[in-house]
Design a protein around this ligand. Structure first.
Ligand SMILES: [Ca+2]
Length: 228
């Protein structure tokens, strides 16, 4: 009749409701180490597949795609000159001739020992490299990305340097141009172009240019498909 423990136990819900964390009472069954387990529980919730169900996630779908292998050779310009003076091996000028406006820069590459630089004469000094025929399928998404460094691109059109070109065999079909970066002179900046291949194309090309003035340099150029 005089036993008091039931009274103390009867206080437990009250203390819990009041947020009591008094360490002298045996009310907390959790060891202190359990605090560190809370983020793990959060992580499992973040990876819960049901979380990706809302339709609002559709806009993020391209970010879930993975890059395939690089379809370009010598995208880092480490293999010296090829068939054209000053142009990296595997790359070609758009008119099939050598020009003085292209050179391999060994002083300030983004990575490795060399980068490709171009100055002036957009349609003359530009270079490109095509993927092999059959490497592009209409309707699928492709990515062209490159590190770009620009100097004194004073022309109003000088911010256009990089293009993802679509080809059917040897025939040029169309082009997707880079989004202009933040200035007329900038240090190494990654430019990324994602685009869906239009109908009737079967290969793509990375197109590198300096529009009409200034200097543009390129390194680590990658052309790839994007797959789930
Ligand atoms: Ca390089």
């Amino acid at each position: 009749m005089a036993c008091r423990p039931p009274l103390l136990l009867s206080l437990v819900p009250v203390l819990l409701a009041a947020g009591c964390s008094c360490p002298n009472l045996p009310l907390d069954p959790l060891p202190s180490g359990d605090d560190s387990s809370d983020p793990v529980i959060d992580d499992t919730e973040e990876t819960n597949p049901f979380d990706s169900d809302p339709p609002t996630d559709d806009t993020e779908e391209p970010q879930d795609l993975q890059e395939g292998s690089n379809q370009l050779m010598n995208g880092g310009f480490e293999q010296g000159e090829g068939s054209y003076t000053g142009v990296g091996y595997g790359w070609e000028t758009t008119d099939g001739a050598s020009h003085g406006e292209d050179w391999l820069d060994y002083h300030t590459p983004y990575a490795g020992t060399a980068a490709q630089c171009i100055t002036g004469g957009w349609s003359v000094a530009a270079i490109q490299q095509l993927s092999r025929e059959g490497t592009v399928t209409p309707g699928l998404t492709y990515r062209l990305r490159a590190m770009v460094r620009a100097q004194d691109m004073t022309s109003g059109h000088g911010t256009y340097l990089l293009g993802l070109r679509w080809y059917q065999g040897e025939t040029y079909i169309s082009e997707v141009q880079m989004v202009p970066p933040h200035g007329i002179t900038y240090d190494w900046t990654q430019i990324v172009i994602d685009a869906v291949a239009p109908a009737d194309v079967d290969r793509a090309a990375a197109y590198l240019a300096a529009y009409t003035d200034g200097i543009a340099c390129y390194d680590d150029v990658v052309l790839t498909d994007l797959r789930p």
